[in-house]
Ligand binder design. Structure first.
Ligand SMILES: [Zn+2]
Length: 455
């Protein structure tokens, strides 16, 4: 089979390579799924005549964004009316919002929520994500349903079932087994497997060790929520006499294959343990703000050289918004306008997030890497793109500005439209399934809601 050579040309190419090279009037060439040339357009053309050419005037070519931590099924909560007493802390948010939801989820819901979330991810420029799914009453086969959605849209997903013993030890074991089953499966397309545990306050040391063993055996990443709210820390201090990261270290979970989500309530000793063990962190600033859990010590982590990827935790699926929130949150929290530069934030949402999951062949635009790239063109170009480009991206761009998305060299979004599925048909399918899920959740229809009393 002869290979097909494609060239994409734009005003600016941001590589995010180790030298952080940026090219004006640049281009990227790839053959099938692999990048073969990057640089100025005239230079790139010297490496061969393209079969297909795309040119986006005043556009920016950049690596596809990588979301380091998500819950695709979280999209089902968007706009849902929940008949609950409003939660007053993070544990109550889990008990009253997330757990009643996940207990209702079927494999059909897993597929529909994954399809909806992957549509949004693709259309807003995210080409890879790391997902953990939770459904105590729909464990077996759930990852096949999610993988089907991932492959229908055409982006990459590191997917997993979140093992938890919050209801029983048996369900914890079955959760790990579902991950192992999926890891062993052949022909997963663009879906990858990993091991996922919920959080240190819902799993025993035994289950953690079981997860670590499986991750080692199948050479897979392992992820867990860590000290998102203070209850995690209190639990470990009371029951084990250790802080969360200390306990995880003793169970053997920490390594450069581990990704700890959140890490909000960590002290400096715990940060040093993360550094020493090469453990990765997934930072979810928008979710942390939504759940009012606090502010992660990101500046200290970066200073220590801990690898931190940016995630959305199943909340807002436009990673441009997540990048902007990260940029702003730490400025206001530290009252320091220089605390984190825009370029650093983009690193966290591309190459650093990819590295966290051992995906060394994506995350930056370099010869030999996979052709996962996006072309962004602001709807209104009020100022030239040739100034402070990282500042432009973080301060001004939105997912809606993403015009083209390539994954493995395949065009999965063109003119801000999905190419592999019929958008309207997919939307109708998703809406029907989620309406049914809402009914099972017992959410009140709008007419049953009491009108707001204005004070
Ligand atoms: Zn999470």
């Amino acid at each position: 089979m002869s290979s097909e050579r494609t060239v994409v040309k734009a005003k600016i190419v941001i590589t995010m390579d180790s030298s952080q090279r940026v090219y004006k009037d640049g281009a990227v060439m790839f053959e099938d799924s692999v990048i073969t040339a990057v640089g100025r357009y005239d230079e790139v053309l010297k490496s061969g005549k393209p079969d297909i050419s795309y040119e986006i005037n005043d556009g920016v070519i950049m690596p596809g964004l990588v979301c380091a931590h998500t819950h695709l099924y979280g999209i089902a909560l968007r706009g849902a009316i929940l008949n609950i007493t409003p939660p007053s802390d993070f544990l109550q948010i889990l008990q009253r919002v997330w757990w009643p939801l996940d207990e209702k989820l079927t494999n059909e819901d897993a597929y529909a929520t994954a399809l909806a979330a992957c549509m949004e991810f693709a259309l807003s420029g995210t080409t890879t994500f790391a997902d953990t799914y939770s459904a105590p009453n729909g464990i077996e086969g759930s990852l096949d349903a999610i993988a089907r959605a991932v492959n229908e849209i055409g982006i990459r997903g590191v997917i997993s079932f979140e093992a938890t013993e919050r209801r029983s030890e048996e369900e914890g074991r079955r959760g790990v087994e579902e991950n192992i089953r999926f890891l062993k499966k052949q022909d997963k397309g663009r879906a990858f497997g990993m091991i996922s545990l919920h959080a240190s306050f819902t799993v025993t040391d035994d289950l953690i060790r079981r997860g670590v063993e499986a991750a080692e055996k199948y050479n897979a990443p392992i992820t867990i929520h860590v000290s998102e709210g203070p209850n995690d820390l209190y639990h470990n201090m009371e029951r084990y006499g250790k802080r969360t990261v200390e306990r995880l270290k003793e169970t053997g979970l920490l390594s450069n294959k581990a990704v700890l989500a959140h890490c909000v309530h960590l002290n400096y000793d715990e940060l040093q343990i993360l550094k020493q063990t090469g453990t990765n962190v997934a930072h979810n600033p928008m979710s942390n703000m939504l759940n009012a859990v606090g502010v992660q010590p990101l500046p200290e982590m970066l200073k220590l050289g801990i690898n931190v990827g940016l995630g959305n935790d199943g909340y807002v699926f436009d990673m441009f918004e997540n990048m902007r929130s990260c940029f702003l949150l730490h400025r206001v929290a530290r009252r320091d306008p220089n605390v984190i530069p825009p370029q650093r934030v983009l690193n966290m949402a591309t190459v650093d997030a990819a590295r966290a999951y051992g995906l060394y062949d994506i995350g930056s635009i370099e010869v030999g890497k996979k052709a996962d790239l996006i072309v962004v063109r602001p709807s209104v170009l009020a100022t030239p793109l040739t100034g402070s480009i990282y500042g432009y991206i973080i301060n001004a761009l939105r997912g809606e500005d993403v015009k083209m998305v390539f994954v493995d060299g395949e065009l999965v979004v063109k003119d801000h439209r999905l190419t592999k599925i019929n958008h309207e048909e997919a939307e109708r399918k998703v809406l029907g399934i989620i309406e049914d899920l809402w009914e099972r959740l017992g959410t009140a229809p709008p007419e049953a809601v009491e009108p707001l009393k204005l004070l």
